[in-house]
Design a protein around this ligand. Sequence first.
Ligand SMILES: NC(=O)c1ccc[n+]([C@@H]2O[C@H](COP(=O)([O-])OP(=O)(O)OC[C@H]3O[C@@H](n4cnc5c(N)ncnc54)[C@H](OP(=O)(O)O)[C@@H]3O)[C@@H](O)[C@H]2O)c1
Length: 179
Amino acid sequence: MIAAIGAVSSNGMIGLDGWLPWDIPEELAFFEKTVAGAALVIGRLTYESMDVVPPDSFIVTSQAGLVLKPGCKAVATVEQALLAATATGKDVFVIGGASLYAAAWPYCQRFFFTLIEQAFHGDSRFPGNIPLDRWVITSEVCETYLERISGEQVVCRFMQSLQENPRSVPVLDCKKSPV
Ligand SMILES: NC(=O)c1ccc[n+]([C@@H]2O[C@H](COP(=O)([O-])OP(=O)(O)OC[C@H]3O[C@@H](n4cnc5c(N)ncnc54)[C@H](OP(=O)(O)O)[C@@H]3O)[C@@H](O)[C@H]2O)c1
């Protein structure tokens, strides 16, 4: 299964200064628990924001020769990353950022979409081209947590959405990989 996972504020923000616009440890814990043991497809900027990157992570970048952490592999396109991640036999999660969601959503059967029901200042916005309103919501859970920067309580709406007929990932010429 190919899935995507991301958390988005009520004003559409996903990132600030290379990290998240909010500090909600429970939301981060949900992310870590959900993707545990999966193969990950990651944009280069998001990869660089992560202290720990698990094995079988595929980093999408145009930079040939990028030196990565052990267990990570550079790939030149989102499609190549999805094929390589699928070949591990594990579940596959696209974990962002914005450019990865925008390119990978047609191939995703599920989207683990968390709506943070508060506006946050940010510099990275969830792409507007993903028709999640046409996907089927299969699960929805609301929790209220303390957001550590503002000191305010925020509602996190954890949703899972299903895309009925995701596009198959085209088999491409893997010689285009930068590694
Ligand atoms: N809220 C959330 O759930 C969530 C999740 C993930 C990330 N984030 C946040 O989002 C922000 C980063 O997102 P972002 O959109 O700015 O960056 P990103 O998607 O993580 O990375 C962008 C980079 O990925 C590579 N890339 C993307 N598409 C490509 C393609 N089609 N072909 C080749 N390379 C491609 C390029 O790397 P090169 O420049 O090396 O070519 C590009 O500069 C951070 O603030 C992060 O914390 C939030």
